[in-house]
Design a protein around this ligand. Sequence first.
Ligand code: ADP
Ligand code: MG
Length: 239
Amino acid sequence: MPKNIDTDLAISIHNLDHSFGQGQLRKQVLFDINLEISKGEIVIMTGPSGSGKTTVLTLVGGLRSAQSGSLKILGQELCGATKEQLVQARRHNGYIFQAHNLHRSLTAIQNVQMGLEVHGFYSRSEMIRRSAEILEEVGLGEHLNYYPKNLSGGQKQRVAIARALVSEPDIVLADEPTAALDKKSGRDVVNIMQKLAKERGCTILMVTHDNRILDVADRIVHMEDGRLANNILNGSAAA
Ligand code: ADP
Ligand code: MG
């Protein structure tokens, strides 16, 4: 066991509850979530539609604010965080959605550059160099100047991965990234995510319904009705 366990954790969630709405319409959707994810770990979250997976991901990503309990990202508490603290926290993350969310009016390389522009400290030539390099790594070196409409679903999702990873984030959050893809493209996409994450030592929390990709995870956790049901070490889960 590592000695200083706190600094080895990328994500540390304790007794996290979450509700949507106010007054009579208030509805609790997360109940007492506890989850610790080490740096460099790949964790897959499964569970039926409506069980709260996206809500967990958006809280971890700092896309909405945590209300009660504790949610620490790289040691920083996000529960009760200010808007500025959330913006800061988001800089550690790369986010990949089910729909690729590429800008239609930008080419592949311009879309990837967007992932660096938010950071504001790269020169233009450095942004182009890094963007071309990562597109090369996801197998799109020949497609730098293609617009999304001229790319396949799998290629678009690979551009989205390149955009999420180009700034070398500590944590990658992926919400059903293969849901819109055929079997082979889905497999390619997660293999690339796994490879890039392992090379860069980044942590991945990925939500998926896709049983075909569970083997990339170090660990699988399951959501059910707003509760985290069980922790399964991969290997036993694959059986
Ligand atoms: P999953 O990603 O597992 O399908 P979600 O986290 O999207 O589940 O949703 C969990 C529950 O929270 C659902 O009952 C859903 O209707 C509700 N919910 C999600 N987002 C909102 C929102 N912005 N406002 C109100 N209710 C929401
Ligand atoms: Mg969802």
